[in-house]
Design a protein around this ligand. Structure first.
Ligand code: CA2
Length: 148
């Protein structure tokens, strides 16, 4: 059974409340429920976490080494600015998927730069809430292939 953690960064707790045009109608709780259902059906042990605090993301990334096989991260705005998150991910020995709800490349120029892409196995962006399921699926398949 693969153990996968999904980390969510700042402001993602506001999903479904504001900026619905950009991020959709769903709340983060809705996303978490869908991920839990998908994980159950596919025998994935799932952890789901959100914080607005950069250092808490760094701590969770460091801890993931001990008890998870794969990490999926939507670092929110920290994607574009955080050297600390980049460094923590770089040290991590498990595969990483960078995830975004919106397509960061058809938005403002400052979102086109990601400090996470360089250290990620792959990137999923622009598919809304579905991107969470796509990332879980991609990570699970990747881990199964690399099991032996
Ligand atoms: O598209 C994504 O998933 C983002 O990571 C979301 C971040 C944004 O800074 C990134 O550039 C792309 C923003 C998090 C959500 O922010 C909200 C703000 C107001 C209302 C709802 C969500």
């Amino acid at each position: 059974m693969n153990k996968i953690i999904i980390l969510n960064g700042p402001n993602l707790n506001l999903l479904g409340e504001r900026e619905k045009n950009q991020y959709g109608n769903f709340t983060l709780k809705d996303v978490e429920k869908r991920c839990i259902e998908y994980a159950k059906k596919n025998e994935i042990e799932l952890s789901f976490f959100q914080t607005n605090i950069e250092g808490e993301l760094v701590t969770q990334i460091q801890k993931a080494r001990e008890n998870h096989d794969g990490l999926i991260i939507n670092a929110g705005g920290y994607t574009h600015t955080s050297v600390a998150i980049h460094d923590a991910l770089k040290i991590l020995k498990i595969p990483i998927i960078e995830l975004h709800i919106s397509n960061i490349y058809n938005r403002e120029e400052f979102r086109h730069k990601s400090l996470i892409s360089k250290v990620a196995k792959g990137v999923v962006c622009g598919f809304g809430a579905e991107g969470y399921i796509m990332s879980l699926n991609a990570m699970n398949k990747f881990l199964e292939k690399n099991e032996n």
